[in-house]
Design a protein around this ligand. Structure first.
Ligand code: SF4
Length: 313
């Protein structure tokens, strides 16, 4: 695997992209940049995001103007420059006509840094305000409408995937929202096929921490567009989950990283879903050696209860 100090494929390598000409030269930034490059490259490889066959893929990289999507685009451009991402990238912003949206910022950013892009203005904001009852949050309908337009644009542009900037904390938040309020174990996958089966949804930042992304975006001085223009707010439940996760991380640093590892380390045989594990087909083959095959997990609570039971006699 490359150490990310040099382009590894001469046919892919080009001059340093304008975006990185003024990148900070500090050791701490170089380490951060390298860590994000490594994580994203690993995530792309693990989920085989770059199709091996046929034509060179083209990805629609979706930018809202927040720190996550700027960082996503920068890391992908960096990997491409280093010759380890043989994909054509088209940056895309869907201007949803939220009041006060500074429509000049992203076009200027793309032009200044010579980044291939497409800007589409589509007033989904009016539809959302019209349809969502008073007091309810807009996000669910807003994101569904946005996703539909992004699929359309990807098809028009001949892209095989839309690429989103969700990160580790987004995946964990979704996991806990589904667990606490949805009654299911599921999160955001790194790679998903849309319902029509013609486009992939990719999340190359899904293993990277929000803190690293925020530090990177700040150091690169991306022109961030505030995310509260729509006037909607996170629901109470999501705010509770965010606060809970922040408190866990504060009390035990590193816990989010451990929990994120669990999303990629699932034991279907130790959950309760017969669609994932064939409990009905689980049979003891013979009595010989049965002791050795018994569930070897210690059960401290049962042992303690048994101890108390006999102690009381
Ligand atoms: S925060 Fe605003 S723009 Fe973002 S999904 Fe929710 S309603 Fe849409």
């Amino acid at each position: 695997m490359s150490d990310f100090t040099q382009p590894v494929d001469a046919t892919e390598a080009t001059a340093c992209p304008p975006l990185f000409r003024d990148a900070p030269a500090s050791v701490s930034f170089k380490k951060l940049r390298k860590r994000l490059l490594r994580e994203v490259r690993d995530t792309i490889a693990r989920s085989a995001m770059v199709e091996a066959s046929g034509e060179r893929p083209r990805w629609l990289v979706c930018l809202s103007g927040g720190k996550d999507s700027y960082t996503l685009l920068a890391v992908l451009l960096d990997l491409k420059w280093r010759g380890v991402l043989p994909v054509d990238l088209l940056a895309c912003n869907l201007d949803q006509a939220q009041p006060g949206f500074p429509a000049h910022i992203l076009p200027e950013f793309f032009q200044t840094h010579d980044i291939a892009h497409r800007i589409v203005r589509q007033d989904t904001y009016s539809i959302v305000v019209d349809k969502v009852p008073e007091g309810k949050t807009y996000c669910s309908l807003c994101s569904r409408l946005r996703r539909g337009h992004l699929y359309r644009i990807a098809r028009e542009e001949g892209c095989s995937a839309i690429v989103l900037g969700h990160h580790r904390e987004d995946a964990l938040e979704t996991f806990f929202m589904n667990l606490f309020f949805g009654g299911r174990l599921s999160s955001m996958p790194p790679k998903l096929l849309n319902d029509d089966g013609d486009l992939l949804v990719l999340r190359p930042l899904i293993s990277s921490s929000e803190e690293d992304i925020a530090r990177y975006a700040k150091a690169m001085e991306f022109p961030i567009i505030p995310c509260d223009l729509c006037g909607s707010q996170d629901g109470l439940q999501r705010a509770q989950v965010k606060a809970m996760m922040a408190e866990w991380e504060r009390a035990t640093p590193g816990r989010l990283s451990v929990m994120a590892r669990a999303l990629a380390n699932v034991r279907a045989s130790h959950l309760h879903d017969p669609a994932l594990f064939d409990f009905a087909g689980l049979m003891a083959s013979s009595h010989a050696g049965a002791d050795a095959r018994e569930d070897s997990e210690p059960c401290g609570a049962a042992l303690a209860m048994t101890g108390r039971l006999f102690a009381a006699e």
